[in-house]
Design a protein around this ligand. Structure first.
Ligand code: 13P
Ligand code: SF4
Length: 326
């Protein structure tokens, strides 16, 4: 096979996609990719999804190896669910501002201020923080998970914007909230969005609950990544202005080619390319070498894994019940 040489990764085949698919077959691997990945990584994946869909795919994975194209906490969740399978990632440095902004020791001190409270943690957190939690949620099921804890005092971490939105949706105003934020979702410009709405008055504005209130105040539809994609696909003839990571556009345009999409601008108004710098560390080259060398691999200490598994499985069971009903 023809190859080129990369100083960081060694010999690389020219047909990277073909080589990845060959390795996938040889290894009996499954490739999971988040919607915030580069288009070529999404195209080579077996499952493309949001955090919940990828956790569900990891739970039912029937394979020998999981290659996870996303960020560290997602791959860690896959490892917690699959302790006997190697979980490889293209880039071990692909972290998350939310997970990194909630260190386990400080979080324990926060939780200790609310004795008897149930700890509901957004999946964007480390395995150690998950291990301290009673229940996990994603943005697709956060409202359901708060409702599942009816009558309980709740500590919610680590996204303060998601917490505020969930409180509005559930009518609860008593959650004790860890004050973290995502550097992608929080940094959309409310002023820039207002300007874009004036330019495109016919467009529907879609946004994530993890955005700032000044952005949500202008949104016609607020939902998780999957919800945003579904809404955009269901309204093919109406332009959408979307406050999201722009990897999401790939999936929408695959389903409704020609749909008019406008990216909500970030705070730096000279650029409308809202990309998660952690997600975008992953590349086809790094995925190829991860599958070839079976490294880097995500590891979780067994005592932490066993504790973190409980609230993750609780969430997956509650989400499955919700799906069957709807
Ligand atoms: P979802 O995948 O749950 O939509 O969350 C978006 C995100 O930022 C993942 O890190
Ligand atoms: Fe974390 Fe935000 Fe990147 Fe998602 S988009 S991985 S929440 S920094």
């Amino acid at each position: 096979m023809a190859s080129t040489t990369d100083p960081a990764t060694g010999d690389l085949p020219e047909d990277l996609e073909g080589a990845i698919l060959d390795l996938k077959r040889e290894r009996n691997a499954i490739i999971l990719a988040h919607y915030y990945q580069d288009d070529d990584l999404q195209d080579v994946a077996d499952v493309v999804g949001d955090s919940l869909a990828l956790a569900q795919a990891a739970q039912r994975a029937d394979c020998d190896v999981i290659a996870f194209c996303g960020v560290h906490f997602m791959a860690e969740t896959a490892k917690i669910l699959n302790p006997d399978k190697p979980v490889v990632v293209p880039d071990m440095e692909a972290g998350c501002s939310l997970a990194d902004g909630c260190p386990a020791e400080e979080f324990q001190a926060f939780v200790d201020q609310y004795p008897g409270a149930k700890v509901l943690t957004y999946i964007n957190a480390s395995a150690e923080v998950k291990a301290m939690s009673d229940l996990i949620c994603t943005s697709s099921n956060a409202v359901k998970m708060v409702e599942a804890l009816k009558g309980e005092k709740i500590v919610f971490a680590p996204d303060r914007h998601l917490a505020r939105w969930v409180m509005q949706e559930t009518g609860r105003d008593d959650l004790a909230v860890w004050q973290g934020a995502c550097l992608v979702h929080e940094l959309f410009s409310a002023k820039g969005l207002a300007r874009l709405r004036v330019q495109h008055p016919e467009a529907e504005v879609l946004a994530h609950p993890e955005c700032d209130q000044a952005v949500l105040d202008q949104a016609d539809f607020i939902a998780s990544t999957t919800g945003i994609i579904r809404r955009a696909v269901e309204t093919p003839d109406r332009p959408s202005i979307i406050a999201t990571e722009d990897g999401v556009f790939h999936s929408i345009l695959q389903q409704v080619p020609g749909k008019v999409l406008h990216q909500a601008p970030g705070m730096d108004e000279s650029c409308s390319c809202n990309q998660c710098p952690f997600m975008r560390l992953n590349t086809m080259e790094k995925l190829y070498t991860a599958l070839r060398d079976l490294r880097p691999q995500v590891e979780v200490k067994e005592d932490i894994r066993v504790k973190a598994l409980v609230p993750i499985e609780r969430m997956l069971a509650l989400s499955a019940r919700t799906r069957k009903r709807s």
